[in-house]
Design a binder for this molecule. Structure first.
Ligand code: ZN
Length: 309
């Protein structure tokens, strides 16, 4: 009997702590690799390391592809194709990030829509061969339309084509850190590379606290977060420390479909601009928040910005 009660207490406590766990989805843009000019074999190394880390850490990540990177003069590059198939074979998800990464603030809906369609060819084919669908779309630069008319027309097009938009709540400048890191790597400056990596993790910790605070100020609770990252050397080398950071903050890793079940993603967006900002900021602006509400967002260190110039 005593044992039974002990077991019951364990279950209640265990279940309780599980229920309190926060949830995050890791998303990677610009697949296969943002290599900053490195050769194919280095791209393979970076990509393979990222995939193996995600698999080991059991992170059900999604990667958003620019299929223009798969072709050279209209010919499919077999190594690039192999990388994306490696991603799919490891059970990771793929989404469309357009063919050539156009800026929706600078092109018409017609031009943009054609790039979306051109960008789904191979991913769709490879996913189908595994019995999966290409469901998610991520806007390049997070530019979703700088007017209601433009945003609505794109949304209609995407929905009509069977896509669901992948928002971002934890926005950040990982790409600046990544370029700085790649340059330190190229000049074989290990000390600098390590410093950039460590500062990146501290910066991401500050970003996480900032967006947690903002979302609880807006919604009074912890929301399921979507973290934006890019497929580069920095993230391949540091995704384990990033995962650690989230675990220490009581997060578990969930898929995009699981994340989007949070009703927060039904919050209407009624304000539009040229911005490529977090959905939390879009919701806040739509709810009439101004000035002071947005204060305290962590800044990328000056030396990173200089190195990434
Ligand atoms: Zn992108």
């Amino acid at each position: 009997m005593k044992l039974f009660f002990l077991l019951l207490i364990c279950l209640v406590l265990g279940g309780g702590s599980f229920a309190q766990q926060k949830q995050v989805c890791f998303t990677f843009d610009d697949l296969p690799v943002v290599g900053y000019g490195v050769d194919q074999s280095t791209q393979n190394q970076i990509f393979t390391k990222l995939v193996s880390q995600l698999t080991t850490l059991q992170i059900p990540a999604i990667g958003f592809v620019n299929e223009s990177k798969l072709f050279r003069s209209d010919r499919l590059i077999p190594e690039q194709a192999a990388l994306l198939n490696q991603w799919i074979n490891c059970g990771l998800e793929l989404g469309n990030h357009t063919f050539s990464h156009p800026d929706f603030n600078k092109v018409t809906l017609d031009v943009f829509a054609r790039d979306v369609i051109k960008g789904e060819r191979k991913s769709k084919e490879w996913l189908r061969s595994q019995g999966k669908n290409l469901t998610y779309f991520r806007h390049p630069f997070l530019h979703c339309g700088n007017s209601k008319l433009k945003a609505d027309s794109l949304e209609r097009f995407l929905t009509g084509r069977g896509y669901q938009v992948a928002p971002v709540t934890i926005d950040n400048e990982d790409y600046l850190f990544a370029l700085a890191y790649q340059r330190a790597h190229r000049s074989r400056d290990t000390t600098l590379a390590n410093q950039i990596g460590n500062d990146f993790i501290s910066y991401m910790g500050e970003k996480l606290s900032y967006y947690e605070r903002q979302s609880s100020r807006l919604f009074g609770r912890d929301i399921r977060h979507i973290l934006l990252l890019h497929a580069n050397r920095l993230n391949a080398d540091y995704v384990d420390e990033l995962a650690d950071l989230f675990r220490k903050n009581n997060y578990r890793f969930v898929s995009l479909s699981e994340t989007l079940k949070d009703l927060v993603y039904q919050t209407p967006i009624t304000v539009f601009g040229n911005w490529g900002i977090s959905w939390i900021d879009r919701w806040a602006l739509s709810m009439g928040k101004k000035g002071d509400f947005f204060k305290g967002e962590p800044e990328t260190p000056e030396y990173i910005k200089k190195l990434a110039e």
